[in-house]
Design a protein around this ligand. Structure first.
Ligand code: ADP
Ligand code: MG
Length: 737
């Protein structure tokens, strides 16, 4: 199952958007973010600090400044990931940053302008172009799902009723893959179809946006694409590779002011960024490398991204920044977050022949339908040949030929036509036959009508089957066949060149970064000093440099501490508010709910760790329902049925039958010895009549008892008891025949 089991780190790229009009009008201060594209560095200036304070520098896999094009980012940083997904790896791209810094712009962009299309539309194009250009022995199945996480609830954006239904649940498959249960997944045959899926989901989100202020920046959107590819392996068998791509547009990372909110709003505030802070904790734990526990289970988002962070996936994180001075704190936090994520190690591997591949099921179903169709057609063909033979006998003969599928279809159609004509002719003949009685004619005509009806039904069924088969087959994309590739050779070359350039610039940057870090280390080794004075100077210079570095790190520590204190204070505040809320609820419970009611509820509650909430236990568990029902109710200890206190006393007082719970009438069991004579054969002829009871060899206890109830033999032959007995006999396999 695993191949290529090497580890690689999460790729982190940073993108800064241009100043917007409002920020420009705020003053000439300009942006606080500078970028060194060659080295992949971001330099951040603190607008509140004195100019002497050193600027903060962060290095990433790539950086994109305000002038960067969507295409550049895609070709350099995303294309290799999508290629991996097409080869059967899991891949994740997520955009992280403050609201309004360009997460949605990066992920989706402006759909109508090809220059401004974001990662998602470019990925669609990439995937389907790849399929159309691949070899024809490959079969593909592309599926898409779209969900969002809002207030820790997963909503299916492709389900028209998603607003009204409860959130979806997360499940873990035996291969320890986390998935969303009952999530709609649409099979897409073309770029147009997958775009349609995206649009449907975006519209569902848009409705939410109008309902609630700031909705979209509070929810995380995940677009999931599964690409399954089947290809014959060297062993001749078809192997399936499944690549899963998660495209994630996270909620805005800025802190929400929580002051003064209560009740529902407080709960919302507590939940709103739970996923995001859990994501931060997961990243910290993974980047740290020392903590054995990674808190994936703390939120829905982290569970869904479990594979993408430290698991079986290749991951690209795009951190987005705004250049405005007023957002310095947020920008710094984003950069720190991104910087930490660089250290996460993943272990991507190709998903080969997983059990849950849908493509295999499709292939099986298609083969089954094909076999069914072939069988039907073969049958029709056989019948036609019979007809042909009959006519051959009459007009001279025709030899049998083996025919192909297409011919078989034609023959089947011809057979139907011939059969219809034949029936029509026969009907005509019956109508014109003067020797037949009218009744006989009617009967024969009716028969022929029925045959015609059957024939039509058969034909309809075949047509339905064909339609189903064709629909299924069309969903599988065959390399180089289903999509016509309109691009000409020149365009292909252009694309190739662009990819090469992107690859080259990426490598160049890597080498530059390496050189930069090596320079610092080896500088000292290369230095030789001619005089003591020179040595002192050089060392002083170095000391100064190191001192500056030390100051930088000290400032960093102070910053981190401050941030830590701030977030702790916020958490404490939330905790205080929640405690107050809890006390209020306690007060109501203690004073207004009867203790026994409370106990009843408490006893029924269980905690579901899967869903992270308390649930009511069912009164009777599903599997023990049947066995429990047979048990005596607790209210009737020692008796077959509940008996009132009065009745119990009355029973104790004397044998008054009114209060007797059982054996109200004392009837002796009938102890007639079992008869051994065989069943009367004549009874078999008329199955509705049961054999006389005393002759039946399977006379069971039930029969005896009912006799003892009624005492007389006659009453047994009454219709109702006869019926029940017949039923009883029918159900008993040991009835002697
Ligand atoms: P977010 O999703 O992070 O809240 P958006 O993607 O909605 O932010 O971006 C906010 C605004 O900034 C949009 O109007 C978008 O067009 C613009 N914008 C973002 N990034 C860029 C960029 N790189 N170049 C030009 N405009 C951008
Ligand atoms: Mg957005």
């Amino acid at each position: 199952m695993s191949k290529n089991k090497s580890s690689e780190s999460v790729k982190v790229v940073v993108r800064c958007r241009p100043l917007n009009r409002k920020e420009e009008s705020n003053g000439p201060a300009g942006g606080i973010v500078q970028m060194d594209l060659r080295l992949g560095q971001v330099i951040l200036r603190n607008p509140r600090a004195p100019p002497s304070e050193p600027q903060k520098t962060f290095t990433f896999d790539a950086v994109y400044d305000a002038n960067s094009k969507q295409r550049e980012l895609y070709d350099e940083s995303v294309r290799p990931l999508i290629d991996s997904v097409l080869a059967g790896f899991n891949g994740t791209i997520f955009a992280y940053g403050q609201t309004g810094t360009g997460k949605t712009y990066t992920m989706q962009g402006a759909w109508l302008d090809p220059e401004k299309q974001g990662v998602i539309p470019n990925a669609f194009d990439h995937i389907f172009t790849h399929i159309s250009r691949s070899q024809s022995d490959k079969q593909y199945l592309v599926r898409a799902s779209y969900l969002e996480i809002y207030r820790e609830e997963i909503r299916d954006l492709l389900d028209p009723n998603h607003g009204n239904t409860r959130g979806l649940e997360l499940r873990e498959s035996p291969e320890t893959r986390v998935y969303v249960q009952d999530l709609t997944s649409c099979v897409c045959k073309s770029i147009k179809e997958i775009e349609e899926v995206m649009n449907v989901g975006n519209q569902a989100r848009a409705v939410g946006t109008t309902d609630m202020n700031e909705y979209s920046s509070r929810s995380h959107a995940l677009f999931l694409i599964t690409v399954e590819c089947s290809q014959p392996g060297p062993d001749g068998r078809k192997h399936i590779r499944v690549g899963r791509l998660n495209l994630v547009d996270l909620a805005g990372s800025e802190r929400q002011a929580k002051t003064g909110v209560q009740g529902e709003r407080l709960k919302e505030a507590a939940k709103i960024n739970l996923s995001l802070s859990a994501l931060g904790n997961v990243i910290s734990a993974l980047a740290d490398g020392r903590s054995s526990h990674v808190p994936y289970r703390d939120s829905k988002l982290t569970r869904l991204l479990q594979d993408s962070l430290g698991g079986n996936a290749k991951t690209v994180m795009v951190a987005t920044l705004g250049p405005a001075p007023q957002h310095y704190d947020e920008t710094l936090t984003t950069l720190r977050y991104a910087n930490r994520a660089k250290n996460i190690q993943n272990q991507p591997r190709v998903n080969e022949d997983p059990k849950d591949a849908l493509l295999r099921e499709f292939q099986k179903e298609i083969a089954r339908l094909r076999a069914q169709l072939n069988h039907r057609m073969w049958r029709s063909k056989q019948k036609k040949e019979q007809l042909d033979d009959e006519s051959c006998d009459r007009d001279g003969g025709d030899e049998d030929t083996e025919c192909e599928e297409g011919e078989m279809e034609k023959e089947a159609e011809e057979y139907v036509k011939m059969e219809e004509e034949r029936l029509e002719k026969e009907k005509e003949a019956i109508r014109e036959d003067q020797f037949l009685m009218t009744e006989e004619k009617q009967r024969l005509l009716g028969e022929k009508e029925k045959m015609m009806g059957d024939l039509r039904k058969e034909q309809e069924a075949t047509e339905q089957l064909t339609a189903k088969y064709k629909a299924m087959e069309s969903k599988l994309l065959v390399g180089g066949k289903n999509i016509i590739d309109h691009t000409n050779e020149q365009q292909k070359m252009l694309e190739m060149k662009r990819q090469e350039i992107a690859e080259q610039s990426r490598r160049e940057r890597e080498i530059q970064q390496q050189m930069f870090s090596q320079d610092e280390e080896t500088l000292e080794l290369r230095e030789t000093f001619t005089s003591l004075q020179q040595e002192v100077e050089a060392k002083t210079k170095k000391l100064k440099k190191l001192y500056a570095k030390l100051q930088c790190i000290k400032a960093e520590i102070k910053d981190v501490n401050d941030e830590h204190v701030r977030s702790r204070q916020e958490l404490e505040q939330t905790q205080n508010e929640l405690t107050r809320e809890l006390k209020f609820k306690y007060l109501i419970i203690e004073n207004f709910i009867p203790p026994e009611e409370k106990n009843k509820i408490m006893n029924r509650l269980t905690f579901d760790p899967e869903e992270d909430q308390w649930k009511f236990k069912p009164f009777v568990s599903a599997e023990s329902k049947s066995s429990q029902m047979k048990k005596r109710p607790v209210s009737a200890v020692g008796y077959k049925r509940p008996i009132s206190q009065y009745a119990r006393v009355a029973i104790a007082m004397g044998p008054h039958s009114r209060y007797r719970a059982e054996n109200i009438m004392f009837l002796e069991l009938d102890v007639t010895p079992p008869s051994t004579s065989s069943v009367d054969r004549s009874a078999e002829a008329e199955p509705n009549q049961s054999p006389p009871l005393d002759q039946s060899p399977t006379k069971d206890e039930g029969v005896c008892r009912s006799r003892s109830w009624c005492q007389t033999q006659k009453s047994l032959t009454s219709s109702s008891s006869t019926n029940s007995l017949t039923a009883c006999h029918a159900a008993t396999p040991t009835v002697a025949m």
